[in-house]
Ligand binder design. Structure first.
Ligand code: IPD
Ligand code: CA
Ligand code: CA
Length: 280
């Protein structure tokens, strides 16, 4: 997916939604910080299965707050959140949010977590706000209006080879064993290098900011990345056909990258990048 055009979103009040996304992401991140300072008191639940997928009261409280704020301001809009499910997905505007992206980091005292609030309009990523309270950074952007960290414009990396910078990566266990290890071998073989910070939303924002040259996850959910995808597209980056099939609800393999390295990395991932949707 390379959304070169700028959609017009006729008849939608984009200004008030963009403002609300920033305000709500920031306010939720502040509440998240209060929980984070007292994280030793949180009960951490495992979502089940043979994987490290955790959730706490902080995730649920923040999602309820975000959902209530959005419903009060835009009652006609749809909603999709990681913790509380979906409503009105047929609406023109659908909010796609992750109350805490990087929960495993959050509960273990690692500073890479954030609040991610994205909006889809007519099936296109339209605007996003990602609040990282540990570093006082609000990444935000809107189609046709650019992307920013706080007030500073974002620009994608000028890298033309994987050797020119560091890329973000991530995986869960099953696709990890089958697809991720072979990918890493190819990346390292070509002189590339990787980091995994545990937050797909932040790594996506870092690609938009040119801090990472790319980010690949073997299977990501839309709430992990929708807000960040807007920033990447506005900063001049490329995205794979992530929303194909039932990608909004089920997720898909994921790649965002600087244009100069996109094809090289897509080739290293191979056919898996375009594989049919699965539950990851
Ligand atoms: C996770 C993070 C992580 C990625 C996982 C996601 P969560 O989200 O984005 O970086 O590797 O695929 O599920 O569970 O912390 O919201
Ligand atoms: Ca997430
Ligand atoms: Ca989450």
């Amino acid at each position: 997916m390379q959304l070169a055009h700028t959609p017009s979103f006729d008849g939608i009040d984009l200004d008030s939604r963009y403002q609300a996304a920033r305000r709500i992401a920031r306010a939720a991140a502040e509440q998240g910080m209060a929980f984070y300072r007292q994280r030793n008191e949180l009960v951490v639940e495992h979502k089940g299965g043979n994987r490290q997928d955790v959730v706490s009261l902080a995730d649920k409280t923040l999602e309820n707050f975000i959902r209530a704020e959005l419903a009060a301001a835009f009652p006609q809009d749809g909603f999709l959140g990681e913790e509380s499910g979906s409503a009105d997905l047929d609406a023109r505007c659908v909010w796609v949010i992750d109350p805490i992206d990087g929960t495993a980091c959050f509960v273990n005292g690692l500073h890479s977590w954030c609040v991610s609030v994205g909006l889809m309009i007519d099936g296109e990523p339209a605007l996003g706000a990602i609040a990282d309270p540990n570093h006082d950074e609000l990444f935000h952007g809107c189609r046709g209006r650019g992307a920013y960290v706080n007030d500073t414009p974002l620009a994608i990396s000028a890298a033309t080879h994987v050797r020119d910078g560091v890329m973000g990566v991530g995986t869960f266990h099953e696709p990890g064993k089958r697809h991720f290890i072979p990918f890493l071998e190819r990346l390292l073989g070509a002189g590339g290098m990787f980091v995994r910070n545990g937050s797909g939303a932040l790594m996506t924002a870092y690609v938009a900011a040119g801090r990472l040259i790319a980010y690949h996850e073997t299977h990501l959910k839309s709430w992990d990345c929708l807000a960040g995808v807007v920033l990447v597209l506005e900063a001049g980056g490329r995205l794979n056909d992530f929303f194909r099939d039932d990608g909004l609800l089920k997720g898909n393999p994921y790649l965002v990258a600087a244009p100069g390295v996109y094809d090289q990395i897509a080739e290293m991932i191979g056919p898996w990048l375009d594989a049919p949707a699965m539950n990851g």
